[in-house]
Design a protein around this ligand. Structure first.
Ligand code: PMV
Length: 317
């Protein structure tokens, strides 16, 4: 049996993080320059049903049965085998590697789950549908996030720009005109579960204030969707700035994020905001092609640990 491999990209949330957990829409895009990859090989020495997981980036090298039940990859294995109704499976070893930084708002956990679930089901000869892959990855996301909206597993499974509303069928966005983002890492690791949990506690204490802010974010997302679909790219920038101000209001920005966002704006970005759970991790800046270099330089000079440029391609049918 030959080796079987699959990869899944990172993602960035353009608009609507946090509010999306409370039923408002959000927009996300795949980030293809960074990928998680899982490669399965038959394990000729193994017993039927053994799945050995080797993930050097997270210092994991163990049989899935020996992992605690709340280990994300152990859960992904169990869910995949259940979905396939696979009782007797040939033994295999799966190696997972990833260039997506962990706990940085770029969807590393969901990408690893999706690459892994696809590789395991392909290895067992029964590729799962995108819908099932996304649903299983969502179950695993609950370990990382507590109450995930489902946006990460959705955009990473379908590898398309999406407008996502919790519990509703996804909408692929029609991007009328391509646009450029510069994505920069503060270098501060920030687990999403913590910021999502803090927002939940604050919402429980003052629901009406938080609901108003989430409504305002929802309006920004709807306006951004129109601009993206009309190809009015420059108009997306101020919407990013407004979304950022509301994210700062709910306490998920940080001094490092604010400093880099300011640097990007001063270097000519049309708009900038944090992306993902916040408190650290990555920010995104919307830039004209001619300014990518300038903004990248400014971000690195202001302390960004990694910067990558991403083009969201036009796909209007
Ligand atoms: O930090 P990330 O990239 O996993 O983004 C999570 C986005 C949130 O809206 C904060 C949480 C969610 O589940 O949607």
């Amino acid at each position: 049996m030959p080796a079987i491999a699959s990869s899944a990209p990172g993602k960035a949330i353009l608009f609507g993080e946090h509010a999306v957990v409370y039923g408002r829409p959000a927009i996300a895009i795949p980030v293809n320059q960074i990928q998680a990859t899982a490669v399965a090989q038959p394990d000729l020495q193994g017993r039927s049903g053994d799945v050995w997981i080797d993930a050097p980036d997270i210092q994991l090298n163990a049989a899935y049965r020996d992992l605690p039940s709340d280990n994300p990859l152990a859960l992904a294995t169990r869910l995949t085998l259940q979905a396939l109704g696979a009782a007797q499976t040939p033994a295999c070893r799966i190696r997972i590697t990833s260039t997506i930084p962990i706990a940085s708002g770029l969807g590393s956990g969901a990408a690893i789950s999706i690459a892994y679930i696809r590789t395991l089901s392909n290895f067992l000869g029964s590729p799962l549908s995108d819908e099932t892959v996304s649903a299983l990855a969502y179950e695993v996301e609950k370990i990382y996030h507590g109450t995930p909206s489902g946006i990460d597993n959705t955009v990473i499974t379908y590898v398309q720009p999406v407008l996502f509303v919790r519990g509703q069928p996804i909408e692929i966005l029609n991007v009328a005109k391509s646009f450029n983002l510069v994505i920069a890492d503060t270098g501060v690791k920030s687990p999403t579960a913590v910021s999502v949990g803090d927002v939940r506690s604050a919402w429980l204490k003052d629901p009406s204030r938080y609901e108003d802010i989430f409504d305002a974010i929802g309006e920004i997302v709807r306006a951004a969707r129109l601009k993206i679909e009309q190809g009015d790219i420059q108009a997306i920038g101020p919407l990013m700035d407004r979304n950022q101000a509301l994210l700062a209001n709910i306490g998920v920005s940080s001094p490092e994020l604010e400093q880099l966002i300011q640097a990007a704006r001063e270097a000519g970005a049309w708009g900038a905001k944090l992306s993902g759970g916040g408190r650290g991790g990555n920010l995104i800046a919307l830039v004209d092609q001619a300014r990518i270099e300038n903004v990248t330089r400014a971000l690195l000079a202001s302390g960004a640990t990694h910067v990558l440029a991403n083009t969201v391609g036009a796909n209007k049918r």
